[in-house]
Ligand binder design. Structure first.
Ligand SMILES: [Zn+2]
Length: 377
């Protein structure tokens, strides 16, 4: 029987210098106050790690012996790509010819009030994850004195901004595919009136849904590859034309696209402009899609329901990157869900100020992992 793998990461993002004053408790204090444990990493992603270890110790103390192997992988560099952590662990497992039945990493959580019109909490479980690619656009032109410039559109900055605008004017098409359809089908029973009928009958209402959900940033990201302009540079002095200007676009690639097809899309959008389009190193392809029809998903669903009251389990596409991608070739199924119940105000702490986890959540989390591991017998 192949083992299962539970994941979490111990590293954290920095606290932006100068923002310490926005915290109600010092960001690295680990203070326990007002029913919360405060500090950077409390949510992302130390609490799952602590909860997995608590559950493991409790099971060991009572002499529990799982029939199926349970592996624990705690990365120390997830926020910078996981190259020395989970990438190495995955390589070691590959050398040892270990196959994994399923992997559970961070991703979704139990949200309160996340879906309009829904009284139940929603546990979003990522069944796939987007890919990642950054692309640099470089425009070159003759420099010189800005008192006698060439046509505006022929300056480096003129060409570059035109290229960036063309990319912006050609977004990747929104489309409903299997993963979004599964998300909608899972949400439908909890909706009332029109949304219920629309979500449950995608064969009929796909264009309407595309239109309705395309206006929501969260849903749109599930339906296409996104492009975010993140860096723009050019010029050093106000009266000198720069000989070059560059911009960086960050793409999160939908599973229906690849890095190569996304690059081609950008090239087509930019057309005949004399702008160099270059893929930067460090990206990766989108993940495969795990099955909700599997024993592993059923077990997750059941364990979530046992651990969190009044909660609907909803499969979806994880837009952010997780370390679980390092195990894609080794595991039959990969799911992305960390068992914590969060209100919108708490979610703001992830990579932001006042990151905190309630003590009651820690208890629920340990209970979830305890049940999940106990089922491996
Ligand atoms: Zn994380």
């Amino acid at each position: 029987m192949p083992p299962v793998l539970l994941m979490a990461h111990a590293d954290v993002v920095p606290v932006v210098p100068g923002s310490e004053k926005d915290w109600l408790q010092p960001p690295f204090s680990g203070a326990i106050s007002d029913g919360y444990v405060w500090g950077r990493g409390a949510l992302d992603d130390k609490s799952p790690m602590v909860a997995i270890l608590e559950a493991t110790e409790a099971l060991l103390a009572k002499g529990f012996q799982p029939e199926r192997g349970i592996l624990l992988a705690f990365g120390h560099d997830e926020e910078t790509g996981g190259h020395q952590g989970n990438q190495r662990i995955a390589e070691l497992l590959r050398q040892r010819n270990v196959r994994l039945a399923w992997v559970l990493d961070e991703g979704g959580f139990v949200g309160q009030g996340m879906v309009p019109g829904m009284s139940r909490n929603t546990a979003f479980v990522g069944i796939a994850e987007k890919g990642y690619m950054s692309v640099r656009l470089t425009a070159k032109a003759l420099g010189g004195h800005s008192s006698a410039p060439p046509a505006f559109a022929q300056t480096a900055i003129g060409q570059l901004t035109e290229a960036v605008n063309r990319v912006g004017a050609h977004p990747f098409a929104l489309s409903l595919d299997d993963t979004v359809e599964q998300t909608l089908m899972a949400l439908a029973p909890y909706q009332k009136g029109v949304p219920r009928v629309v979500f449950a009958n995608q064969w009929l209402f796909a264009p309407l849904t595309r239109h309705l959900l395309g206006n929501s940033k969260e849903f749109a990201t599930q339906m296409h590859t996104t492009v975010a302009p993140t860096i723009i540079q050019g010029g050093v002095k106000d009266n000198v034309l720069p000989p070059s200007a560059e911009a960086v676009l960050n793409l999160r690639i939908h599973p229906r696209d690849t890095q190569a097809s996304a690059l081609e899309h950008l090239r087509l959008a930019i057309g005949n402009l004399p702008v160099e389009v270059q893929q930067l190193p460090g990206g990766w392809e989108p993940s495969t899609i795990s099955s909700t029809d599997s024993e592993a998903f059923s077990l997750l669903e059941k364990t979530i329901r046992q651990s969190f009251a009044n909660t609907a389990v909803i499969p979806n596409l994880t837009a952010a990157a997780t370390d679980s991608r390092h195990y894609l070739g080794l595991a039959e199924q990969v799911f992305r869900f960390a068992p914590r119940q969060l209100a919108v105000s708490e979610i703001a702490g992830i990579h932001g100020a006042n990151e905190r986890i309630s003590v009651s959540n820690l208890v629920l989390m340990a209970g979830f992992y305890y049940r999940l591991m106990e089922a491996q017998q």
